[in-house]
Every structure is written in C-alpha cells, then in structure tokens.
Write a protein that binds this ligand. Structure first.
Ligand code: UGA
Length: 442
C-alpha cells in the first residue's frame, strides 16, 4: 500500500521505516530539513537500535523516502499523523498545535477515500474535533495510538502487543460504514501483525485516546507506587528491592515497572500524566485522576532524594567536590534527555557547587544542548578519574554490568557510589571497600 507519515521524530521515523520493511511504499514528511536530509541518507537523527539498518534497507529497496513537502503525501492511501504533542509552556496541558497544523495542511492533499490515522498521544476528545476537517475532504479519520518504547521502538512497531483503532461512530455507538471500510484498510496495513495473532481492537475515538493515556498513567503509577514504598523503606530499614521481588511473584501485580530509583522521565510519561490531569479537569472530573498529581510528586521527590544521598555521603555538602554522573539519557538504549531524571540530578549537584562530570554512551550531544553548564566526557573511565563520588542514574550495561569496584578503585581514590537505579550489587561493592548508597535500601 502507499503510505505517508507526517512527522518524523521518535515515533514517525520508526513508523515510516517499519512500514517500508513490511513491503509498503512510504513517504515520510517533516518540516525539519536537516532531519529529512539525514533520514534520506539512511541516518537516524536519534539513537534507536536497528533503525539505521531499517532505514537503509527501505531506501535501497526504493520503498522509503522523505521530504519536507506535504504535497508529496498526495496519492497515498493511508496518512499517519505522528507529530509531537509536548507539554504546553504555559501549563500542564498538551500543546496540540503540531497536530492541528498537520491536519489542516494534509486536508489540501487528501483525496476522497483516503484514510488518515492519528498516532500522536492526544487528550481525549481531540479526534472527534479533527474528524470534521478530515471528513470535509472526503477522507476518514482513525485514531491508532502508539505504545512503542524508545530503545525497543522497531520491535514494538513491527510486533506490537495490541493494535487499538478508534473509529467514527453513530449515535448508537456503531462504527459508520465509512469508518468500517477505513478500519479494514488499516487492518490491511498491519496484516502481518494481525495474521500473527496481535489483537486488533476497534473502538470509538474516545476509548482509543484513553487507552493510550491510561496505559502511560498506569505505568507511571506503578513506578511511583514502588518509589513511595522506597520512601517508607528508607525510614524503616526495609529493602525495596526485596519488597518488589516479593510483590512481583504475585502474578496479579507482576515485577515489571517496579524498579525503584530516581524515577521516570522522557518525552511521554511525565507530560502525559500532566496532560491527563489537565484534560480531566476540563471535563469536570479532576478528582478522578487527582492521584496522578501524587504520582508526579513522588516521582520528582526521588530526584531530591538522590541529591540528598550524595550530599550525605560527602559529609553534608557537595561544594567543591568532583562528582561523576553515569548517564544522562532518561533510560538506557536511548539518547533522549527530555525530562531526564539523570540530567536533572546532575544539574542540581552542579547548582550546589559540585564539579559535575557527566558521561553517557549516546546522549552527550543532546544533554549538552539542554544543560551546557555541565562538563561532558565521552569516555567512561576518563570521566570517572579522581571522582569523589560516583552517581549512577541511567542503567546502561557499561555501568551496571561492565564496571567492577576493582576497576573503579584504579581510577579514583574516592569510595562513594550512589546507585540511583538500584542496579549494582551492594554486597559486592561494600566488600570491595566502597560506601554504597541505594534508593530505598538499607
Ligand atoms: C513509554 C511507554 O512505556 C510506552 O508504552 C509508550 O508508548 C511511550 O511511553 C510513549 O507514550 O510514547 P518510554 O517513554 O520509551 O515509553 O519509556 P519507558 O520504558 O516506559 O520508561 C519511562 C521511564 O520510567 C524511564 O525514565 C525509566 O527509567 C523509568 N522506569 C521504568 C523506572 O523508573 N522504573 C521502572 O521500573 C521502569
């Protein structure tokens, strides 16, 4: 099928390359000329495992191209909207300008019978509003939220857990005839996944939009739940890691996303829970999700806790101390520093007068743009040299698996390790003479 993808960021670039790998003819559109040039050359403009290979394969096969001109989307059967919906600068709601602009511009190139598929995360009620413009062009709008995780984006796009499709419904809640046809077209785009048994759930617009924000709200809540338990563990001498393991054995709870530490960041979870609260308040149901405010607060308190631990370890003040921060990305296998707990902790330590050296295998360029006041060193060992304290805040394998206490001891006389991700073995580090501090651990 002929597809267009409007917006080629973390979501759209991967979607375009993945759809081409399934055999579709894909044109990716983005207003950023530099990004389009890189993608056209088969270079991912951000770090995402397997993406370069997928881009190059699609381009070589003649099935994948990129352009800054939305006109080139004309003639595609299906147009995916994959633009950003960041947090508004003046509040906690989502900024929908990119989505609105994309739909307005797309309207001029739509042909009767086209299908427009929204993938961006939007506040509930957005699709219904945008449908008027799309319908006016004789096309049909579907809302098909994306659940990919950065770092696993290629796999998640090609083999998702589920495909959710919001469609236009009549007053009885039944999909309209046009919506039915459009949903079948989308099923055709995802035919490989559907044939492999991936659930294809057709629902109304509001439910599809809610599935996405509810999923992220649930994940954020799960992380903040265990971090709240970490806070209690800290005043009782309990160990949150053993607690999480024990809870996780209950299949109803499950161990995943019970990783206590400096908490969640990135371009999705933090802004999505805030936008959800803002939208619920607009709908007069703020109290239904008021717990998400606590989820956000617990999450941000963990960054304070990490800073406090470093201060405590260094005798009450970090002023004038040399501190190496391992990690800048919001999680490993990513170069994304949006709302990164790691970078936030580093910046706060710098603000308290420490000499902060940050290293990261992928995110240094992005981190330098956001926090230029910090010192960045690409090589891990060079960054660790002469550190008074080491703070691990992004659990890359280079730090969690490939750094032994014996090796660190050759790089610095400092013996303080603050493990903001609870990913090191305290017994090993203590036995080697280090003062180990975890999050929610004795
Ligand atoms: C998240 C969701 O997991 C995806 O399903 C969703 O599609 C995506 O947002 C989105 O809305 O686009 P992502 O932002 O890539 O994906 O990151 P996650 O893997 O969910 O991690 C989020 C943050 O939580 C990271 O900072 C991570 O370090 C932290 N985290 C995760 C914990 O602190 N503890 C855990 O146990 C798990």
């Amino acid at each position: 099928m002929k597809l267009s993808v409007i917006g080629c960021g973390y979501l759209g670039a991967v979607h375009a390359a993945a759809m081409a790998s399934l055999g579709h003819q894909v044109i990716g559109i983005d207003i950023d000329a530099r990004r389009v040039a890189m993608l056209s050359a088969g270079e991912a403009p951000f770090f995402e495992p397997q993406l370069n290979e997928l881009l190059r394969a699609g381009i070589v096969a003649g099935r994948l191209s990129f352009s800054t001109h939305i006109d080139e989307a004309r003639g595609a059967d299906v147009h995916f909207l994959a633009v950003g919906t960041p947090q508004r600068r003046d509040g906690s709601a989502a900024d929908l300008r990119e989505v609105e602009t994309a739909v307005a511009e797309l309207a001029d190139v739509l042909q009767a019978g086209d299908v427009v598929v929204g993938k961006s995360t939007v506040p509930v009620g957005t699709a219904q509003r945008l449908a008027t413009t799309v319908d006016g062009a004789g096309a049909a709008l579907l809302w098909n939220p994306e659940f990919l995780r950065e770092g696993w984006a290629v796999k998640d796009t090609i083999s998702p857990d589920r495909i959710v499709v919001g469609v236009a419904t009549d007053e009885t809640g039944t999909p309209t005839d046009r919506a039915q046809v459009a949903a079948d077209t989308l099923r055709g785009v995802y035919t490989d996944a559907v044939d492999n048994g991936v659930p294809f759930l057709v629902t109304d617009y509001a439910t599809s939009e809610l599935v996405k924000v509810a999923a992220n709200a649930f994940l954020a809540t799960k992380i903040s739940f265990i971090n709240a338990m970490a806070e209690i563990a800290e005043v009782t001498g309990a160990d949150v890691m053993t607690l999480a393991d024990a809870l996780g054995h209950d299949e109803r709870i499950g161990r995943r996303f019970l990783g206590a530490g400096v908490g969640f960041g990135g371009g999705c979870l933090p802004k999505d829970i805030r936008a959800f609260v803002a939208r619920a308040e607009e709908l007069g149901r703020g109290e239904s999700v008021s717990f998400l405010r606590a989820v956000d607060e617990i999450n941000l308190r963990r960054r304070d806790r990490a800073v406090y631990l470093v201060e405590e370890a260094l005798g009450g003040s970090v002023f004038g101390k040399r501190i190496t921060v391992l990690g800048a990305a919001f999680k490993p296998h990513s170069d994304d520093v949006r709302d990164s707990p790691a970078l936030d902790v580093a910046a706060r330590l710098h603000g308290l007068g420490a000499t902060v050296v940050v290293t990261d295998p992928a995110a240094i360029d992005n981190a330098r743009r956001v926090s230029p006041q910090l010192t960045y060193v690409a090589g891990r060992d060079e960054a660790l040299r002469d550190a008074d304290a080491v703070v691990l805040v992004t659990e890359w394998d280079e730090y969690r698996r490939q750094l032994s206490p014996e090796h660190l001891a050759t790089l610095t006389p400092g013996r303080i390790v603050v493990d903001g991700r609870n990913c090191l073995d305290p017994a090993v580090w203590r036995a080697a003479g280090f003062h180990y501090y975890g999050m929610g651990r004795p």
